[in-house]
Design a protein around this ligand. Structure first.
Ligand SMILES: O=C(O)[C@H]1O[C@H](OP(=O)(O)OP(=O)(O)OC[C@H]2O[C@@H](n3ccc(=O)[nH]c3=O)[C@H](O)[C@@H]2O)[C@H](O)[C@@H](O)[C@H]1O
Length: 437
């Protein structure tokens, strides 16, 4: 090496070219290498320290900080006894029955749909992550109710693909009733990522497993009246525009409808989206107005009643749970088979969207008047401007499509439905500590 160097040093050349530059270049390269090594070394040390700090500090643990990820906690599932329960719950017990995986089975609509399917002899397996968006003890009480009628709810998250795959390994579900979601219009401002986690990532995770299942199930899932957003044409028809969502909740449901289109198009999955209009009734959701108005009227607390600009009426097409359940079952019964298998499409498949509403909107003040009569207590009304956090002024469903194709015909008016709700509420919360929650 030194010989070569000296040889090179002796080569006559353009003045300065080799003699001065070559050794300088080699020298620089060595220096550069050594600085690079030092830099890499210290970068690794620095990175390591950051990682140690990040994972050891409890407040910065992303799993603890981000409530949207609370459902990523580990659940126990698997094993022969568990599989036996899964199989038994999903077993069809009537002629021409179907076997349905109901996601969100401990939720309001999920519980009612699961119970109705079971009653008519279908196989039903529930799945729910029992998150704490609202009082989980209500979800546990619904679970106990379902258990008594022979429906087992697996505890787990729709984002857990391994669990979903396992369920399809154990049972060849003919249908999926997908009701697991992050609900609520106003909460989306507080915890936006939980909507993306459940309503978008969760939906994709479920569809991925369904598309690979063999046979593929037909899927019916919960969209929302909120997709109509700022649409002013009433009543809302499925053909109306849905490209102006007013809340992130609505945007994720609208995204769900587009995702459904994609999976139908690419994989031949049969998909039916149901746009529910403000569903209410016994075993309902405590975050909804009719529910917490009841609680607060009974407690003598004032209730915030929204009104639009210039004292404009805010109204909803409140729809009773039993009518919604009939719509869900009709959607399952009319769902055609998916056409793909093992992740490959074999032909065009059914893709549908229906409004499931009541077709008679009632102002929120009207809802409160009915509750006052039923509870025999005067409400302390606190009239407030409709907040700009996702609420729309009114909803009103055109249900002619669902009527024609599903035989959907809601038959419960708000007065009748609320009477049933109040009766349930008073009996459920008659125990001391429950009433306080
Ligand atoms: O159809 C849907 O797809 C959605 O329906 C439901 O949303 P909403 O119709 O907004 O129901 P809900 O909150 O009970 O408010 C009812 C009325 O009370 C008014 N309202 C509300 C709160 C309040 O403090 N005061 C008030 O006047 C409020 O302005 C509104 O006019 C579901 O929660 C949602 O998950 C989704 O499924």
């Amino acid at each position: 090496m030194s010989k070569q160097m000296s040889h090179l040093d002796n080569v006559p050349s353009t003045p300065g070219k080799f003699k001065t530059e070559k050794p300088h270049f080699v020298h620089n390269r060595l220096r550069w290498h050594s600085s690079l090594a030092k830099l890499t070394f210290w970068s690794f040390i620095f990175l390591g320290l950051i990682l140690i700090f990040f994972f050891r500090s409890p407040s910065s643990n992303p799993l603890q900080q981000d409530p949207s990820r609370r459902s990523l906690r580990t659940y126990n599932w698997g094993g022969p006894a568990w599989e036996k329960r899964v199989r038994s719950s999903a077993r069809i017990r009537s002629r021409n029955g179907i076997s349905v995986l109901v996601t969100g089975a401990a939720g309001f609509v999920g519980t009612h749909v699961s119970a109705a399917l079971k009653r008519r002899g279908d196989g039903v397996l529930g799945l729910d992550n029992f998150n704490d968006y609202y009082d989980p003890s209500l979800k546990r009480a619904r679970q106990a109710l379902l258990e008594r009628s022979g429906v087992f709810i697996v505890e787990g998250d729709i984002n857990d693909s391994a669990l979903l795959r396992k369920l399809f390994e154990v049972v060849a579900f003919t249908h999926v009733m997908h009701l697991a979601a992050q609900a609520g219009v106003r909460y989306a401002m507080e915890n936006p990522s939980s909507y993306v986690h459940s309503n978008i990532a969760g939906l994709v995770s479920l569809l991925e497993v369904c598309k690979s299942a063999n046979p593929q199930p037909a899927i019916v899932w919960a969209s929302s009246s909120s997709v109509y957003g700022l649409n002013t044409k009433v009543p809302f028809s499925e053909r109306d525009r849905t490209d102006q969502p007013a809340s992130l909740y609505a945007a994720t449901k609208k995204a769900g409808e587009e995702i459904a289109h994609t999976y139908n198009h690419i994989y031949g999955l049969s998909l039916t989206g149901l746009r529910f209009f403000t569903v209410y009734g016994p075993w309902g959701r405590p975050d909804m107005a009719y529910f917490f108005f009841t609680r607060d009227i009974l407690k003598g607390k004032s209730i915030p009643i929204f009104e639009a600009a210039n004292h404009g009426t805010v109204a909803r097409d409140f729809t009773y749970i039993d009518d919604i359940v009939k719509g869900c079952l009709a959607a399952l019964d009319t769902a055609e088979k998916s056409t793909g298998s093992g992740g490959k499409k074999k032909g065009p498949a059914q893709l549908r969207v229906y409004n499931l509403g009541n077709t008679s909107p009632v102002p929120v003040s009207g809802l409160v008047s009915i509750l006052e009569r039923l509870l025999k207590v005067n409400a302390k009304r606190d009239i407030m401007k409709l907040p700009r956090n996702g609420d729309v002024q009114f909803t009103h469903a055109n249900i002619s499509l669902a009527q024609r194709e599903l035989g959907y015909k809601p038959s419960t008016d708000l007065q009748t439905g609320l009477k049933k709700f109040v009766r349930w509420y008073l009996s459920y919360y008659s125990g001391g500590e429950k009433a306080a929650s």
